[in-house]
Design a protein around this ligand. Structure first.
Ligand SMILES: [Zn+2]
Length: 259
């Protein structure tokens, strides 16, 4: 694939490609659009290759996801719950876990010489605009999870929007939250800061901390790996498939908000 050949002319990309491939054979799949993704499971890494103005940065991003998995990052989490609020929790878990990875990857990305602006896909310049549009319409009383999905994009490291824009947007974001939600979001920012500084590769503790702070999912069991029924009890298993691809894009900020 020519775009990969070009990307691997970058020495850092080629070195990480060889490191990943030595442990998990890499398969490449061309896809339409600019949202690259990758999945590492069962000893194989599959990378979906889209278009990119900076293919070396896009490929390095996916290789960093793969490298985290190979280094022992826990499998994508899943939830088992009878709490009616948990409908859609798989999206929440996936989004949190993907962003935990981004926070951990960003330092290595910039250390390899890449611009912070190239950390996400080519469409990233619109990320903050979408958030502002959503904030214009969101009710302060909306579920904390709806605000979390916006916060994840606002605090995601790097990207095409400036840090000054980020600070302005964060002020707007907090002005739209109810007092209780604001306190929750500030605590969740703290969880991300602690995770970024920590050497742990176990994403379950921060995910459970965040779900507990949200307070919408009482009685939900969170695991990692493949869901399996326990004790013969009929449970509604809402799984995140371990085949799920790590997206090169940030979360879609309009997808999770209450209508
Ligand atoms: Zn990513």
């Amino acid at each position: 694939m020519q775009i990969i050949v070009e990307a691997r002319k970058n020495a850092a990309v080629d070195a990480l490609y060889q490191k990943v491939e030595a442990q998990t054979p890499i398969t490449l799949k061309a896809i339409a659009g600019c949202t690259w993704s990758s999945a590492t499971k069962a000893g194989v890494t599959e990378i979906e290759v889209g278009t990119a103005l900076h293919p070396e940065a896009a490929l390095y991003h996916e290789l960093l996801h793969a490298d985290l998995k190979i280094s022992g990052l826990t499998l994508p989490p899943f939830a088992v719950s009878k709490n009616p609020n948990s409908i859609g929790i798989s999206d929440t878990l996936y989004a949190i876990e993907n962003e935990l990875q981004h926070h951990r990857m960003f330092g290595a990305f910039t250390a390899a010489g890449f611009s912070p602006a190239h950390f996400y896909d080519d469409d990233d310049h619109a990320a903050f605009k979408k958030i502002r549009q959503t904030l214009d319409a969101i009710a302060p009383s909306a579920a904390p999870t709806s605000f979390l999905m916006l916060l994840l994009t606002i605090i995601a490291p790097g990207g095409k929007n400036s840090d000054a824009d980020r600070q302005t947007l964060k002020k707007t974001f907090y002005s739209r939250c109810s007092g209780g939600t604001r306190a929750k979001m500030e605590k969740i920012e703290g969880v991300f800061k602690a995770w970024t500084a920590s050497p742990s590769l176990d994403t379950k503790p921060p995910i459970i901390q965040i779900l507990n702070i949200l307070g919408e999912y009482d009685g939900t069991w969170i695991g990692g790996g493949t869901p399996s029924p326990s004790n013969g009890e009929q449970t509604a298993a809402i799984g995140v498939s371990s085949a799920v691809h790590e997206r090169h894009a940030r979360q879609n900020p309009t997808k999770y908000v209450d209508p």
